[in-house]
Ligand binder design. Sequence first.
Ligand code: ADP
Ligand code: MG
Length: 262
Amino acid sequence: MTPSESPTRTQPIASEDRDTGPLVRIRGVNKHFGTTQVLHDVDLDVRRGEVVAVIGPSGSGKSTLCRCVNRLETITSGTIEVGGVPVPAEGRGLSNLRAEAGMVFQSFNLFAHLTALQNIALAPVKVRGVSKAEARERGLRLLARVGLADKADSHPAMLSGGQQQRVAIARALAMEPSVLLCDEPTSALDPEMIQEVLDVLAELAAEGMTMIVVTHEMGFARKVADRVVFMDGGRILTSAPPIDFFADPGHERAGDFLAKVL
Ligand code: ADP
Ligand code: MG
């Protein structure tokens, strides 16, 4: 399929998929960087409203998997679908995908020269075609939702790491994504700021947001996730509800990993 033929999000999603299919469907995905294979035959379904915690040692492919879902990386083979639509190679479908699959990075990635509110309002205007007034209003609502109603006019440099990450979450939400991909959202934060960000993510989860969260916060995985996925060496080794996973990780490497981080 050429990029121009690839389905875009403006096409209606088959109602069957919308109602019953997984929101994110990953099948047989392999990913190479040059000659190095970093994802091996990865299969993963994420249902609507499900929170999947992805854990595993450094270098196991967690970030790469997230980045493949919103096409910050291309896959070598296999398929990834979001809302029943295959991840497009390029073009208009790509900006639609990025809006559907919001990303929260470890390093916040806010625009330094823009205020918190401007960071949040930018993409809805540019990509979603929302009016400036509506984007501003929505941005203010989202800032209030992440507990930063009074920081609308602050630039990132004036905000703590935890506050910056909450702005980054609000920015992702402003696109009304159907899934939020969070890649170690608290790993760059000082310990006292981790909880405020985890609390925001837990609230989103309780409200039904579909999320893939790469994290080393086992308390969060245990309490908030519906499922824990353990990766090692580019493979998903186990996938289980937290109560089962933490009782019995089901794989020696997962057990070793838990022994180190718990
Ligand atoms: P994790 O997030 O679990 O720490 P990553 O997905 O970042 O793991 O990395 C998986 C593997 O892919 C690692 O061996 C890493 O060195 C390699 N890798 C990641 N990004 C690149 C890249 N852009 N070019 C080459 N190798 C990469
Ligand atoms: Mg990573």
